[in-house]
Ligand binder design. Structure first.
Ligand code: MF3
Ligand code: CO
Length: 255
């Protein structure tokens, strides 16, 4: 596979396979979204996600990755990312984030979204909308010739301009035949980083993680669950996006 500054460039055929992986992730997340309601145990989403992987004949990408024990990341309220599906029961007013990855014919798809449980308060509602919109602000910058960090800056500006914080500890990433490839895609302008001009064939998982309080996170004693240090609410949206001559193409969507 061709490389530009250590970043794999995918050809049309490879982008087609990533598109199929992305389509399947999107279909799974849509099913999970429809299942969200007060009273649902978060392990039920894991069970459904595994069933759907069978249905679509894909492998879950996260299970076993660096020892992560589940197919799905399910993070509630102050949990930012990498929450474990558990016996926890969702309550009205919660925010639940699903992050799902699959492998299709050796190619990865990765996407996340945050869903309100029943009716949520104004801050939670605004946090959801700002995080989702920040993702699309970032995606809009995924144009050939732009700087990679134009994506980062767009996300950060959008979020901070609305009074929320971007998480710095976790970042987006290149994706292809591996879940995590170069480059890192931060949601903030990294100090002293060199320009990386975006090339056709780059495929990026852009994933703003946003909090209603400060940007700091800590990882719980389970070694995975990342929570906001101040226990403020968090949201997470992610798409797998191809940089093409015709502009950004979101791969992790249904048709
Ligand atoms: N979307 C996340 C990421 O890109 C999920 C990884 S969870 C893990 O890093 F278990 F696979 F690490
Ligand atoms: Co990701």
């Amino acid at each position: 596979m061709k490389k530009f500054r250590g970043i794999y460039l995918k050809n049309e055929n490879e982008i087609g396979l990533l598109r199929e992986a992305g389509r399947i992730v999107a279909a799974i997340l849509e099913e999970l979204r429809l299942q969200v309601a007060p009273g649902v145990r978060t392990l039920e989403f894991e069970e459904r996600a595994l069933e759907l992987c069978d249905t679509y004949k894909v492998k879950p990408a996260f299970k076993g990755y660096l020892g992560y024990p589940y197919a799905l990341c399910c993070s509630v309220n102050e949990e930012v990312v990498h929450g474990f599906p558990s016996e926890r029961v969702l309550a009205e007013g919660d925010l639940v984030s699903f992050d799902m990855g699959v492998v299709y014919k050796g190619f990865f798809g990765d996407s996340a979204l945050t869903v309100p449980v029943g009716k949520v308060d104004d801050v939670a509602g605004k946090l959801l909308a700002v995080t989702r919109d920040a993702l699309f602000q970032g995606i809009d910058q995924a144009e050939v010739g732009n700087d990679l960090y134009d994506i980062s800056r767009a996300v950060q500006k959008y979020v901070e301009g609305r009074g929320f914080s971007v998480v710095r500890r976790f970042v987006g990433h290149g994706i292809g035949k591996n879940l995590h490839e170069k480059p890192e895609v931060p949601n903030f302008a990294p100090a002293g980083a060199q320009r990386v001009s975006l090339q056709p064939g780059m495929v990026l998982a852009i994933e703003p993680m946003v909090t209603a309080g400060g940007p700091d996170v800590e990882v719980l004693s389970d070694k995975w669950t990342a929570v906001t240090k101040d226990r403020s609410l968090a949201a997470h949206f992610e798409h797998t996006v191809a940089v093409t001559k015709n502009g950004p193409v979101i791969l992790s969507v249904r048709d």
